[in-house]
Write a protein that binds this ligand. Structure first.
Ligand SMILES: *[C@@H]1O[C@H](CO)[C@@H](O)[C@H](O)[C@H]1NC(C)=O
Ligand SMILES: *[C@@H]1O[C@H](CO)[C@@H](O)[C@H](O)[C@H]1NC(C)=O
Ligand SMILES: *[C@@H]1O[C@H](CO)[C@@H](O)[C@H](O)[C@H]1NC(C)=O
Length: 507
């Protein structure tokens, strides 16, 4: 462990020393060109470095963050190799925060960074949450301290119409938080291009200061669903569904799309439609920089890869980061409906995890015929199924979100259930929030927890942060909605959003 970490750190030092440190030759503030992935591989962005490796030499904190990132990734590597069953998979709610100002706040996305110790959520509000409401519904993004769940900053933005945020992503090196959503009005342009446009904005991670914002779309309807940041290509990948000729000619009614966006300008590098002759929807995106693929997952009524099994099926569509060319497509489904799709990738295992609700008997008998939650791991290079599982109570269960936890080689999922989803856990009434931890190599459920009030409570989004050795703070972050006083939090009325920080009972 020590020698492994030392060699990683030495490699970095050698790179830094040989490469020189400073701003670009033209005086432009270059982004650091060395990156580490979640298992300690170092990448040098040769395009940005242009034959040399620049790091913001004047900015010691960036160097420090990269060093700490390497320590964290070395720890994750050790964890992945060594502690398979020696640790306690159980999680305990440690800190919580309420996000509410009045009637109805919603959470749609979450992102966490263990090095910066920040977790951010995005969604929508119909109140004066962080500013005076500009229209009917405003988008918001809020960033919290990942230790104690105190609010660092929150920004609310919108037009005079409906504005919603669905995807939030973070660039740890540029210290930028990106928010992706859609609007019926003009947020960054005087008038929308169509009935609904896509809206993308960048904010400083530590202050919430807006850096840039763009709005684009066809003359018809574009809807946002998800976004992810890729440290290697330094790009954002956005996904959603639309009606219109946005990136390519329209072929049917609703079509999914996935696009690569330059993270420093908001300009689209490439955009592709995911389409059959029926309705298709992209709901989630993930990226694996090691294999250079971006994944879009959603539902289709058509035949995207093989014949539709009935009603809506789930698909995962893999494309090359470089140009958007298709790599593979996998379609999964029962004779009944599949929906509520979310996605996460693990570069160290070479797997993509797709989680969704199914009303059918896809991988297990579905006693109640209501929703169950399916979790499927696909090989990231070819889309073939590595393992699958279906879990649920004898009452309706809904999938919410999925994340990969590199520190423990587990998949964490959240959602909502009407029943006692885990045998040892009591159901509280209405829909309850559930969180579960699965072995990422096998799909075995290692732990599950139910939380709730007598009213409806649900998990919508989940993120995991690595265990940083000098802070010992592995955590799972869950965001969702509650109609009651979930975790004893104050209620502001109607549906409130919440953030919960869960930590391992012990290591
Ligand atoms: C984890 O929690 C379950 C109950 O959910 C309990 O039976 C088990 O003993 C706990 N495991 C550890 C290692 O504490
Ligand atoms: C981004 O797009 C804008 C508007 O189309 C254009 O003026 C600008 O040059 C582009 N920037 C880059 C870096 O391509
Ligand atoms: C897909 O890739 C995995 C991992 O490399 C491999 O084990 C599996 O055999 C491949 N499946 C197919 C159908 O090629």
């Amino acid at each position: 462990m020590m020698s492994q970490m030392l060699s990683v750190l030495l490699t970095l030092l050698v790179l830094l020393t040989c490469a020189g440190v400073g701003a670009g030759e033209d005086g432009v503030d270059m982004q650091p060109a060395i990156f580490a992935d979640d298992v300690g591989n170092l990448f040098v962005d040769t395009k940005r470095a242009q034959g040399r490796v620049f790091v913001n030499g004047v900015d010691v904190q960036v160097l420090d963050e990269r060093m700490r990132a390497l320590e964290a990734t070395a720890a994750a590597l050790t964890a992945a190799q060594g502690i398979q069953r020696a640790w306690n998979p159980n999680l305990t709610v440690a800190e919580t925060a309420s996000i509410g100002a009045g009637f109805n706040e919603v959470v749609n996305g979450i992102v966490a960074d263990s090095i910066a110790n920040v977790v951010c959520v995005c969604g929508e509000t119909s109140n004066n949450l962080f500013a005076v409401l500009s229209g009917l519904v405003d988008a918001y993004v809020a960033c919290f301290n990942a230790d104690d769940a105190t609010l660092k900053w929150g920004v609310q933005f919108g037009s005079s119409q409906y504005d919603r945020a669905f995807g939030v992503a973070m660039d740890p090196v540029a210290r930028t938080v990106y928010v992706f959503g859609h609007s019926n009005g003009g947020v960054f342009v005087p008038e929308p291009h169509g009935l609904a446009d896509l809206v993308l904005a960048a904010f400083h991670r530590d202050t919430g200061k807006q850096l840039w914002g763009v709005q684009f779309g066809s003359a018809n309807t574009e809807l946002a669903q998800a976004m992810v940041f890729d440290e290697v290509s330094r790009s954002l990948f956005i996904g959603g569904y639309h009606m219109g000729s946005l990136f390519e000619a329209q072929a049917s009614a609703w079509e999914g799309y996935v696009a690569r966006v330059d993270s420093s300008t908001g300009n689209v590098t490439w955009g592709k439609h995911v389409q059959t002759n029926r309705n298709d929807y992209v709901h989630a995106v993930a990226v694996d920089s090691r294999v250079g693929l971006v994944f879009a997952a959603g539902t289709t009524e058509g035949d995207l890869s093989g014949d539709n099994s009935g009603s809506k099926d789930v698909f995962v569509d893999a494309r090359h980061v470089a140009n958007g060319d298709s790599a593979w497509t996998t379609q999964l489904g029962s004779a009944e409906k599949e929906e509520d799709v979310s996605l996460a990738a693990s570069t160290d295992l070479g797997l993509v995890f797709v989680v969704f609700s199914t009303q059918g008997e896809l991988y297990a008998p579905n006693a109640d015929g209501a929703g169950d939650v399916a979790v499927v791991a696909l090989h990231s290079t070819n889309g073939s199924v590595a393992w699958n599982t279906q879990l649920g109570a004898t009452a309706a269960d809904e999938a919410g979100g999925v994340a990969y936890d590199a520190s423990t080689t587990t998949v964490v999922i959240t959602g909502a259930t009407l029943g006692a989803m885990f045998a040892d856990q009591q159901h509280h009434g209405g829909m309850d929030l559930f969180v579960a931890r699965l072995d990422a190599r096998t799909g075995e459920v290692l732990w599950g927890g139910l939380y709730g009030t007598e009213d409806d409570d649900s998990g919508r989004a989940i993120a995991a942060s690595a265990r940083v050795p000098f802070r010992e703070q592995a955590a799972v972050f869950v965001a969702g909605e509650t109609e009651g006083a979930l975790f004893g939090l104050p209620t502001a009325g109607g549906v409130d959003a919440f953030l919960a920080i869960l930590r391992p009972d012990s290591w």
